[in-house]
Design a protein around this ligand. Structure first.
Ligand SMILES: [Zn+2]
Length: 146
């Protein structure tokens, strides 16, 4: 079932391959075909645009719910975050800046001052987020050259 879905939505990019898509049909391809093209093949598994719009919308909804429940119902909030992350993984949607809104370890939706400590380390030019679970995430900030 799953492989059928991939075959339908997968579009081959780059090299043309006569016997269908390399990923889905690898087992049924004739042995005389060299393995060379397989290594160069890149299959575009992105889903159709309207579907991605729905996914993005749903991720936004889930994260806003997570934000609402972060303080009052932490476990529920974490579940919303996990669902949103799972959607992003499955549909290969990039979260971008949203990645900084939750903990990667415990899935807590971060509310600065409540469950996450945000500190600057000017010498390292870093901002460090320390989650209540102990996980740390840091990002570099550099002055823009004007
Ligand atoms: Zn955490």
């Amino acid at each position: 079932m799953k492989s059928a879905r991939i075959r339908r939505s997968g579009r081959a990019v780059g090299l043309e391959f006569k016997h269908g898509f390399a990923g889905a049909n690898a087992l049924s391809t004739p042995s005389k075909v060299s393995t060379g093209p397989f290594l160069l093949m890149r299959i575009d598994r992105r889903k159709p645009e309207p579907l991605l719009q729905i996914v993005n919308e749903r991720i936004a909804i889930l994260l806003s719910l997570a934000e609402k429940n972060a303080k009052s119902r932490p476990e529920r909030s974490k579940r919303y975050v996990r669902l949103a992350r799972r959607l992003a993984t499955r549909y290969r949607v990039k979260l971008g800046k949203l990645k900084w809104k939750f903990c990667r370890e415990c899935s807590a939706f971060w509310v600065p001052g409540f469950n996450v400590k945000v500190r600057m380390r000017p010498r390292e030019k870093r901002v460090v987020y320390t989650c209540e679970c102990g996980a740390e995430r840091s990002a570099i900030y550099a002055k823009r050259k004007s």
